[in-house]
Design a protein around this ligand. Structure first.
Ligand SMILES: Cc1cc2nc3c(=O)[nH]c(=O)nc-3n(C[C@H](O)[C@H](O)[C@H](O)COP(=O)(O)O)c2cc1C
Length: 328
């Protein structure tokens, strides 16, 4: 999955489906942790993976009561380390920092595998060490509940309330500075001045046996919108001169489209690099109130005579300007 999408999908919720997590996925997730960076490559993080009903129940006395929801997760990972595994810096204890980095990789790898990983500090490290025979000189740094996201309605009232809390973050201007510690980081993401919008004509053969627009057809709606974008922005006569290839495309299905819906594709441009750029898509209802799907595609300009990617043409940037997302 594309990283920005993983970043968006990651969250610490508390309801898990009982479905088991395969050993293959557990391997991939721990391998991501293993490949994280660490000071002097000391790799101080250690992991105890619990994936049986019996071992998961064993951890109960070691968890804070407020974290008992985690006992329904199909996997719990105890993460520990000790100062002796540290890169011996005098100022900073890097063993917890490096363990944190490994845990972050683990969490993102979980999302990449369709899972949710929820880190917890609410536990007794001493009790957990005793229960599982973890050496006494180790520090249990975090306990992670891992599994497929479940239904919030199955949580008790207090836990459900926690899960319904809005996820918020401080603005970047409060936590980052630009060039000068007195100057708050003030770059803002702005939507483009204009979206390119094109209505979708649903054809009879777009509809599948279930009675709504077939998932694969959504991609042709993106394609149609791209085609119309180029025809309008660059002129129909120039459409065959635009030599780019699609490097990747992703789509998130949010709501089904039924035959009588009147969707439109809303598009804009972002992430213009040396040779590539991104189209962002939203398929929405005519009045914009309902989202059917969102997605993006990365295009690379390609010089077919040289057989290699080429610089994004200035003309593309200037003509697409009203539709480009801004960071100012
Ligand atoms: C080190 C650490 C300890 C945490 N401890 C707990 C915990 O004991 N119980 C809990 O429900 N959530 C715990 N969380 C989850 C945080 O509350 C959560 O990450 C934060 O509110 C941001 O929400 P988000 O992860 O959905 O973005 C912990 C997170 C971290 C990183």
């Amino acid at each position: 999955m594309e990283f920005m999408r993983i970043k968006e999908l990651r969250e610490s919720k508390r309801a898990f489906r009982p479905d088991k997590v395969s050993r293959e996925k557990i391997y991939k997730i721990l391998d991501a942790a293993r490949w994280s960076p660490s000071a002097a490559n000391m790799q101080p993080a250690r992991f105890l993976v619990l994936d049986t009903e019996e071992t998961i129940q064993k951890i109960k006395p070691g968890l804070a009561e407020g974290n008992y929801w985690a006992l329904k997760a199909p996997v719990i990972i105890v993460v520990f380390s000790k100062p002796e595994l540290d890169y011996q810096s005098e100022r900073i204890r890097y063993y917890t920092f490096d363990t944190g980095q490994a845990v972050m990789s683990l969490i993102y790898a979980a999302v990449d595998n369709g899972l949710m990983a929820h880190p917890m500090a609410g536990f007794s490290g001493e009790k957990i060490k005793e229960i599982f025979g973890i050496p006494p000189d180790m520090d249990v740094i975090v306990v992670i509940a891992l599994g497929y996201k479940g239904n919030i309605d199955e949580l008790d009232e207090a836990t459900r309330k926690k899960d319904m809390k809005e996820r918020i973050r401080k603005p970047l201007s409060e936590i980052a500075y630009f060039n000068d510690i007195g100057k708050p980081f003030a770059v803002e993401k702005r939507e483009p001045g204009r979206y390119f919008e094109t209505p979708v004509d649903i054809r009879f053969n777009d509809i599948d046996l279930i009675g709504h627009v077939n998932n694969a057809t959504f991609l042709t709606y993106f394609e149609e919108a791209r085609w119309k974008f180029f025809a309008e922005v660059f002129g129909r006569e120039n459409i065959t001169k635009l030599n780019f290839i699609i490097a990747s495309i992703n789509i998130d299905y949010v709501n089904p489209i039924f035959p009588l819906d009147e969707p439109l594709v809303r598009m804009w441009v972002s992430d213009i690099g040396r040779t590539s750029f991104r189209f962002n898509y939203r398929i929405v209802s005519k009045d914009g109130s309902k989202l059917f799907a969102s997605g993006s595609s990365v295009q690379v300009f390609y010089d077919y005579s040289e057989n290699r990617p080429m610089k994004v043409p200035e003309e593309f940037i200037s003509k697409s300007a009203p539709y480009i997302e801004q960071y100012v």
